[in-house]
Design a protein around this ligand. Structure first.
Ligand code: KG4
Ligand code: ZN
Length: 367
């Protein structure tokens, strides 16, 4: 199945062409094209994404990116599925993608009787969740290089992976899921206020760093002492799997106001904040791994791009003594931040699983 995927839920305009085969049992993907135009520079002066500016930029960028797809050897008539993100995200931005996909679809239907594709709505969160199917980062760089040369990334829906605990950490979401297999999952918990990525973005503003904050905080944190300030670990000791990050942000705010610059360097504040946020994510995830006997931990979403998070997860998994049967592996997606290849992967699984989404922008769509 050849899939054309379109993603405009936030500040990245993205179009991808992906080949998928193998069905739900052993999905395999080949990313033929994965095009992204970032709007970061446009939103940066405002310290965050401005929905109407995002809409204007998507309208400008979508035809440019699509032309690049048309200029490749791949023929539009050979597309089997057009998938467009319908939510969650900024509704004005989502509508640009939906309208673009619908007009493309009509245009191709009118121009060629050979064009048999289906048009489907895609869930951005399914995209993040299933992005690990497109390939994973490994701790071994040699292995990673070999992997990235592979043309097709394959996955067997095997007993080595499931049950799995999936942690989706982005700018809009912080969700912990128990996956019985690829298509059967249950939400264990989520954030009750800010998403962890949003908290990184707000922290960056407090520390006068540019938007988006995640990569900036990560850079600064590398130079600092994570033990310099003992920031709170919200909800860490509660038995549930929910998270809360707005209290952590407020603690940093008060710390900076009351004693910040005089007693502590910015790098130390960044490192201590990051350590507190990741401590909660990792400890709660590991508790779920133990409770449900998970064989793997999957991390996806923009915050999963953070090297310290991945390394801390790897060490925590290694350090913990598991019983002999349970030695969970870490699967980190190669496509953490927003892109359209992941939308193709999510749409493929949802399409085969007969999970349908209306062609209407839904800012609050959930999994
Ligand atoms: O998944 P994503 O690209 O978009 C959403 O679906 O939200 O995630 C974007 C979020 C932003 O909040 C950004 O600051 C955060 O991911 N992020 C990071 C890093 N790279 C991006 N957070 C921490 N460390 C990073 N390296
Ligand atoms: Zn996202």
């Amino acid at each position: 199945m050849r899939i054309l995927a379109i993603e405009t839920s936030c500040d990245e305009t993205a179009i991808a062409l992906v080949e998928a085969e193998g069905g739900i049992k052993s999905p395999k993907f080949k990313v033929l094209k994965n095009l992204i135009t970032s709007q970061v520079k446009i939103h940066r002066p405002f310290g965050g994404v401005v929905p109407n500016l995002a809409k204007r930029e998507h309208l400008k960028n979508l035809p440019i990116l699509f032309k690049q797809i048309q200029n490749t050897k791949y023929k539009i008539q050979d597309i089997d599925l057009i998938a467009v993100t319908v939510g969650p995200g900024l509704e004005p931005a989502l509508w640009t993608g939906i309208n673009f996909a619908e007009s493309l679809y009509k245009e191709f239907q009118a121009s060629s009787f050979k064009f048999q594709a289906k048009l489907v709505g895609a869930n951005h969160l399914s995209g993040h969740l299933y992005s690990f199917l497109l390939g994973q980062k490994t701790s071994n760089s040699k292995h990673e290089a070999r992997n990235s040369k592979q043309k097709k990334f394959g996955f067997r829906n095997s007993d080595f992976v499931f049950p799995a605990i999936a942690l989706l950490v982005s700018g809009g979401h912080t969700i912990l899921l128990l996956m019985k297999d690829l298509t059967h999952y249950k939400k264990l918990g989520e954030t009750r206020d800010d998403a962890v990525g949003e908290c990184f973005d707000k922290m960056a503003r407090l520390l006068e760093l540019p938007y988006p904050g995640g990569p900036e905080i990560e850079k600064l944190a590398k130079l600092g002492n994570p033990k310099a300030v003992d920031f709170p670990r919200p909800m860490l000791n509660q038995k549930n799997y929910d998270f809360s990050f707005s209290g952590l942000k407020t603690s940093v705010l008060y710390f900076l106001r009351d004693k910040g610059n005089a007693t502590c360097k910015k790098v130390d504040v960044a490192a201590s904040f990051q350590a507190a946020a990741f401590d909660v994510l990792i400890k709660k995830t590991l508790r779920a791994v133990e409770e449900f006997g998970a064989k793997s931990v999957m991390i996806s979403g923009g915050v999963a791009a953070n090297h310290s998070l991945r390394n801390a997860f790897r060490s925590a998994l290694k350090l913990k003594t598991w019983n002999l049967k349970l030695k969970p592996q870490l699967l980190v997606t190669k496509f953490p931040t927003d892109n359209a290849a992941m939308i193709a992967a999510g749409a493929y699984v949802d399409f085969l699983n007969k999970k349908k989404y209306k062609m209407v922008a839904n800012g609050n769509l959930s999994l």
